[in-house]
Design a protein around this ligand. Sequence first.
Ligand code: PEP
Ligand code: MG
Length: 581
Amino acid sequence: MKEFSGIPVSPGIVKGKAFLYLDDSQNVPKYEIRQEDMVREFERFIEATEKAAAEVLHLKKSTKGEIHEQQSRFLDAHLLMLNDPVFSDQVKDNLEKYKQNVEWIILKTVGDLVDSLSSSQDMYMRERAIDFHDVSQRVLNHLMYRERISLKNIPADSILICHTLMPSETISMDRRKVKGIALEVGGKTSHTAILARAFEIPAVLGISGLTDYVNNGDTVIIDGYQGKVIFKPDEETAAQYETIYLSWQKREVKLMTMNKLPAETKDGKHILLKANIEVPEETESVLSHGADGVGLYRSEFLYMQSSGAQSEESQFEAYSEVLKAMRGKPVTIRTLDVGGDKYVPGLLLREEKNPILGWRAIRYCLSELPLFKVQLKSLLRASVFGDLRIMFPMISGIEELDQALRILDEVKEDCAREGHKFNEQIPIGIMIEVPSAALTSDILATRVDFFSIGTNDLIQYTIAVDRGNEKIAYLYEPFHPAVLRLIKNVISNAHEVGIPVTMCGEMAGDPYASVVLLGLGLDIFSMSAFGIPEIKQIIRSVKLSHAEELVGAILEMRSSVEIDRYIKDWMNERFELTKFT
Ligand code: PEP
Ligand code: MG
């Protein structure tokens, strides 16, 4: 038996069999080649390149008319590279130089190319680095006679053990077969963690050395409350976890009995509790947990699930499905927020020097207008099926917002001209997740119908701490005085002009933060659906006046450690809270 400790990011206790999922490049063999075998080795490369080119051509033909112009350009770029004599000459030279098998030589050649292209000042050259990486994987697949490793075909009851897991892989894995997740890297608000919570898969992140230790098929217990991963548990430990699991189960069942009750404080302040979703299927859980609506639908996962741009019809269907399922309850759909850690294959968003500060979210949409307009049009068309609100991510200032609003007006005109019905007064809101937006929220508030505070990014940008990096997770402090001041500023500026404020960052679902947010005047809390009952229970057992007193006390304090301790003591005296936060 061996026990590891990490960051608990998705609650629950499960037992299953380890499934080791290694990155493609980790699986490439390396061995020496004799001089007399060199020609044959190079021929293997040529044959694999020809097969890869035929595969790309086939893909282009079979999807003709269905794929976006940009994806088609992407496939053309791949074909060019596969036929590029400079690339094959480089492979030949490196074969001579290193005398290693051609799979390893390809990794080496492409690695060098990618390094030099990604440091280029030229955007076009940096994008080529992404293409080279993808093309090399395609060639390697043929050389090694393998299918791209897929998480769609894994054994039932798997506990996924990996170094890292991309959000695009998490969204496309077979969720029915993954019982738990343990990763060597990652933080609580990384999108992989958010997805694990959305799919109710217990997960622990940030455990270094995990993949060296574990073997496929080992029995593993994941304790997503306390952040423990136990390999080959002995009988006594397994029995202990069985008991802990049952007591948590009992607690969840009890909390669920409050589903139909309102989230109202003892002195009558009514709060709305909504849910964040990533895929339309989640609406079932949203309703069963008693949510007052969908506060954030992260539409980018729709693009991620099918690798690239989405047609107007497929988006219209997905948005309409969510609106119909929610039966008139409000649904806020956020426009495409790609970039950062959300790489969408086919939309060319990898290998930026600083992706978190880079070409992402509204910045991406405002420079890819055809794609943005398709999304806005499908949203407007879907608006007849319920109470839809549109939200723009990553707004950093008024110009960006005005530009997005102008485009929306153009799309409304297009819809009207084409005879589509839509809600002409559709409410428009923005995410407040960049400090510049929080600081100018008085100006932004005059242009929109609502704000939604995205603390996952707001904390990351305010404290300059990567939300997905386990090494600096200790600096990721929701109760930092700077963060609390920004939240307070945003809420009071919004209320000044009478617009409501939602929080849809993970802080809204943190039981320890709930009374503070209530005292700061937050109107709507939006979180993973399963978190709603616990937050509701807290809100129903406090008075707004007491929450305001708590806020008054912490706003006088100077350090986040002091504030954190004060809030935790205050909450622990009154509630028995979930430990995973
Ligand atoms: C946020 O930043 O808080 C947010 C809700 O958006 P995302 O987590 O998708 O970046
Ligand atoms: Mg964000």
